[in-house]
Design a protein around this ligand. Sequence first.
Ligand code: ADP
Ligand code: MG
Length: 605
Amino acid sequence: MTDIIQLLPDAVANQIAAGEVIQRPASAVKELLENAIDAGSTQIEVFVKDSGKTLLQIVDNGCGMSATDARMSFERHATSKIRSAHDLFSIRTMGFRGEALASIAAVAQVELKTRRHDDEVGTLIRIEASEVKDQEPVSTPVGTSFSVKNLFYNIPARRNFLKSNPVETRHIIDEFERVALANCQVAMSLHQNGMEVFRLPVGNLRQRIVNIYGTNYNERLVPVQEDTMMMKVQGFVGKPEFAKKSRGEQFFFVNNRFIKDHYLHHAVANAFDELLPKDSYPSYWIYLEIDPSKIDVNIHPTKTEIKFEDERAVYAIIRAAVKRSLGQYSVSPTLDFDKERAFDVPYSDQFKPVNKPGVTINTSYNPFERERESKPIQTAGWEKLYEGLRNEPPAVTTDLPATELPLEQALNHPTSIVFDGPFQLSNAVIVVQLSGAGMMMIDQQSAHERILFERFLRHSENQVGTQHDMFPVTLQFTAQDALVITELQEELRNFGFDLRDFGRNSFVLHGRPDMIEKGTEKETLEKIIEAYTHFQSVQASDVHKQMATSLARSLSVKRGRKLSTLEMRRLVDDLLKCKEPGIGIDGKSCSWMLTADEILSKLKR
Ligand code: ADP
Ligand code: MG
């Protein structure tokens, strides 16, 4: 019998390792950016084509490599950053496993150009699927340029597994942002398909955040600063009133490395506690500096998780630091969120006589409209209800202020009682009496979302209803937003937005969905982009549904908004025309029935 154990060929071993380190174009961006930072670069440029599927290029002005090092850098466990296992405990650089370049080179066509400051010529290396194709002297600027072409070209299964372009692009932007936020001292830029997405000059942290997210972030930031024996905490938290409806802007950096940590996240969330409206998430950019020997970075292959020696102390310090900052900037809970909503009277109602609290009369009540409601309804089935109202044209209510109030909170603020229906409970719930059948209660926001969602889906299927304007307007966006619009252009067209690229992050709007009021297009698009970019796991096929969801969410009438009788009727009417009038687009109920029998059975007891 012969022996059967063999060592795996390097190329195979590298491919296996690549599966761990390089999952998608964004992972390569992360590794290459970290290498560029470790090389002491002061300027890094990233070029992306086709979401990194065809090309990723990272150009730095760092220390560069000798010809031998350049060749060596692609070997597995090749690293200049660690000499012994002991070094692992004092590591302050980004990389240290020496696997990244070997992994990338195993699954792509890589071209490396590099030159050190004191060398006259640089080195060019071409390598494909771990095989060196070419190595020669080359004239190149000081620093290093890595081009990664056709990632996963030799592993079709992995390549097919990649998500849609917008999703992969979003991942790249995420990684870029994380490195950019941790390295304000480095000028960084990102280009995708020839379009500039970011240009970040050297600056302080506040400037960097503003450069990434937009100037309106300047007023949203509250500084956090805490020095203890054990560690240093600094950074910013977002003011509670700007808290997002989606997770996203939440960053922890430990010794300038981005990490994910649910436990520490909880510390921040806990410090915000009652300051936040329900279902919203605080923004934070928090930087911890801690003795490297007190943490273990090496527990996760992609190194976004670390272990602290004294987790509880870290938790306590972070929580205290955030709480203190919020307190200092006197962001008080009662002021912002327990505000009495009853005073938020729509402008048009401001000159109406003020009603005494308690029982009031609905001034817009029209007794002649009653006739239609009093048709006897035999059954509580959705289709039969409100038959008489069905002939009215569908309502469009997009001119509504975006005052939003969680349902529970809204219910705790009874403002008035109006007899006869439809009437509105606490500016949040519509109550209609269905003669003979009972009562129906409708969550105005969820119901309106449902209505708009179905309408937008229908709209996009039929491709009708684009409103063409005689004088098209030009809309200017931020670099990030413009990028997303370009990615979504086709889909947006289906929804009635006829946008044409006008260069420099601007677009000419030749048509808008007829459901959207003139002048609100930019705002609506921004809301779609915002919602869209926070959905990371979307498959291309779901883009459609998700866009309808975003549109519905952003255009819906919010809880806390007072509705006129006519608006309520239309809403009820439109809801009953929906395919699923009982379920909101979040999957929860948006309307309830209380049948006459149920009510009467209570009386009998
Ligand atoms: P690690 O970063 O863990 O050391 P990598 O595979 O990412 O492993 O890189 C291997 C080595 O190649 C690094 O240790 C470094 O010496 C060298 N290197 C990689 N990228 C650069 C760069 N942009 N500039 C200079 N040297 C680099
Ligand atoms: Mg590295």
